[in-house]
Design a protein around this ligand. Sequence first.
Ligand SMILES: C[S@@+](CC[C@H](N)C(=O)[O-])C[C@H]1O[C@@H](n2cnc3c(N)ncnc32)[C@H](O)[C@@H]1O
Length: 348
Amino acid sequence: MTAASTPTMRQLVPILFGHAAFQQLNAACELGLFEYLHRAPGACAESVAAGTGLSMHSTRVLLLGTTSLGLTTKGPDDGYRNCAVVEEAFREGSWQVLRDIVEFQARIAYLPAMDYAESLRTGENIGIRHFPGDTQDLYTRLANTEGLEQLFYRCMNSWSTLSNPVLLQGVDYSQVRRVLDVGGGDAVNAIALASAHEHLRITVLDRPGALEVAKEKIARHGLADRIDTHAADLFDDAYPPGHDCVLFAHQLVIWTPEQNKALLGKAFDALDDGQRVLVFNAFSDDDGTGPLYAGLDSVYFSTLPFRGSTLYPWRDYEEWLRHCGFSEINRITIDSWTPHGVIEAYRG
Ligand SMILES: C[S@@+](CC[C@H](N)C(=O)[O-])C[C@H]1O[C@@H](n2cnc3c(N)ncnc32)[C@H](O)[C@@H]1O
């Protein structure tokens, strides 16, 4: 459906140098180029050098890279400007979200991506070797490196903030009272849901390390009376009772089909008839041809979170949900550049 046309040799260039394209973007972020050009649009190369503290040589190399990629433009007056998308992010206040996402790719996803072929060959998330520890999933290793948990949740928060409008606006919550947010992380979606839908109460279930970050954020948003936390293992421990909606946000992309069926089965058991499960994450197309976002993000999922993590197609979730006894299964999407969506399904 979304398969790219066969590339010419010229079109192979950004693929061949994909690592370099990313590093141009990353360096421009790290070195403050975009912030500088936002403050001083139309600055000449000499001013950019003074503004970023780089030598003229380095400035020219960086501006060549970012301009050839279209991240910056050079006008007839030799002045440089940010591209429209970057300026729009500054204008609408989402620049920090983009910065965090670039940092996530640079500091978490990038080195492990080198292990992609080996991960495919072995069926194991080989890239996890870049994070100390002897557990098999990324999340339990985060606490072993000073500052990594904070970095991960700051960046994960930005991924969710970027993609959760479909969860906030696409779902009808009028019949929902209490949401159980399984693997809710730093409560990014719980806080957004509670803010957007004032009648909702939410419980964030996660590991104790994640909940430390969550509690602090919930308090900062003044939502401690409507958002609870519950430390538990999402596979091994019982789900706390009294919820009429179970949410898996960016959760079922981590685990194998067998584990996902087990988790959806637990959700089914925790709900009464007529109550609902929500699955929110990025999806790949049913025909396995795209979208490009899913095809490329698969490198992260294959190398890092867990053995077998991936952006499954919509139809896989539907099959698991039917297998667990759910019915009235709906796909919910909104117009967005990321392939995020929600599947909702009802018990009974
Ligand atoms: C990809 S993050 C998603 C966080 C959040 N739902 C979001 O959308 O931003 C996955 C979350 O699942 C949690 N998690 C992973 N394995 C878990 C387990 N066995 N028990 C409880 N939580 C777990 C992690 O701590 C992490 O917060």
